[in-house]
Design a protein around this ligand. Sequence first.
Ligand SMILES: C[S@@+](CC[C@H](N)C(=O)[O-])C[C@H]1O[C@@H](n2cnc3c(N)ncnc32)[C@H](O)[C@@H]1O
Length: 525
Amino acid sequence: MTELLTIKEASNWASKYLGKNVTISNISYLIQYGRIKKIGHNGTTQVLKEELIKYYESLNGYREISWRNKLGEDLNWALSFDQYKEAETTKHVHRLHPYKGKFIPQLVEYFLDDHTDNFKTEVYFKKKDIVLDPFSGSGTTMVQASELGMHSIGIDISEFNTMISNCKVTNYNLVDVQTEINRITKKLKIFLTDSHTLEFEEKLLQKLNEYNNRYFPVPDYKYQLRQGKINEKEYGEMKEREFFFVFQKLVKDYNIKLKQDKSDTFLDKWYSQNIREEIQFVYNEIQQIQNPDTEKIISIILSRTIRSCRATTHADLATLVEPITSTYYCAKHGKICKPLFSILKWWETYSKDTVNRLLKFSKIRTNTIQICLTGDSRTIDIIKEINKINPSFAEIAQNQKIKGIFSSPPYVGLIDYHEQHAYAYDLFDFKRKDEFEIGPLYKGKGMEARESYVQGISDVLKNCKKFLIDDYDIFLVANDKNNLYPTIAKKSGMQIINQYKRPVLNRTEKDKGAYSEIIFHLKSK
Ligand SMILES: C[S@@+](CC[C@H](N)C(=O)[O-])C[C@H]1O[C@@H](n2cnc3c(N)ncnc32)[C@H](O)[C@@H]1O
């Protein structure tokens, strides 16, 4: 017989079972987020003890308890969004282009939508409100505002980030987008046939397969490595040298030019000569597109493509150590690998993926206005800039005023936001404004950097305040290790009225430890 417990009984029972305090609200959260079933009985809510045991024995249950021990009892597990799969946290247009430092759409939804729970006890935004994100990044807030029937304004200092953001929320003529993709792909294939690149790659792959099967057999090679029977460094280097002769001969036979003559810009340095030519070829074709929206989204496809085609080894994809233009021993895959020699594969993959994502979003977007501006949020005149793009929306924003902010500001010394898309600035010839970034990596984390950060973020808040209603709500997501936000709030004439402590679960392999960030809720003083 399974035992039924009221919420109060469940909290007592779980506290004993786990040997730590489990509150009534912890149990309510489990019910509200579908971890355990709610059983209504004579007007009271009950749960099954068996289900509680199952939950606490599961991975998430275990994580919840152990993380609370490490990060504190006030950790709000509802904000971990651990029930969502990766496909949902990167749904539709959220994965149109890589961007380091995004927040997940479910977090934005949680604060913008009209639900309440034990933690969020009020609704802050409603349909037709205007939401502002002064650090728009890749436009997550704007996309979610559109899903929820709200207008939104984004601002970012980086012109490329603004382009990504606007591309996500544009309402496209998808037939035109597909037609142009087909036209360019067809031409690229003809271009590649003429340059013999595809033939070269095919031949190289064939030789590589033969070689790898012989000297790096699966799974024997890795097994022997693990047994310590092979010195990986020596063996890898020897085989790399040996195969290099085969590679060189093919390069000569097919007349493939590897390195570019100059290495002044990112595009010169990080792309082999033939990839660079393909990039230029597609870029020139994009310039022929008549419809400006189509032109922009296809430019984003090209940018995403070239990001995946940088001349780097598999191991250095994230960090870019030295450009590589020949075959190499790859410790990650335990065999000889090759860099890319053509953009075609990624161009085709991303073209298809982009159209699918746009199609999905087109079915759920609402008839609202989203605009991302390029500018410095400390000084920008929002209404004036909106007026240049959409005068009637500027009038609405002027009369109705902005309801509040949902944003994740940069943090001190973590990321260089321009540099992460260096290839795109070269490709589109956008002007970089690195020196206007607040808290960039290149300025470090020292005292001076922290002080200028505090000043920078409070200047943004003071500037934005002019465009907000009097009773605004501001939500800022930050992992405030240095406890700077109380000072920022004070300097901006605001008060922190609540803090939501959120566990961050989806970290990269290397960094799996317990980690949390805070969502600060600020209001006027
Ligand atoms: C943490 S990211 C925002 C990420 C965003 N929430 C998303 O989901 O994609 C911070 C952004 O602030 C921008 N930024 C930095 N300094 C700025 C400034 N002075 N004015 C406007 N934007 C700035 C950076 O370019 C970066 O894109």
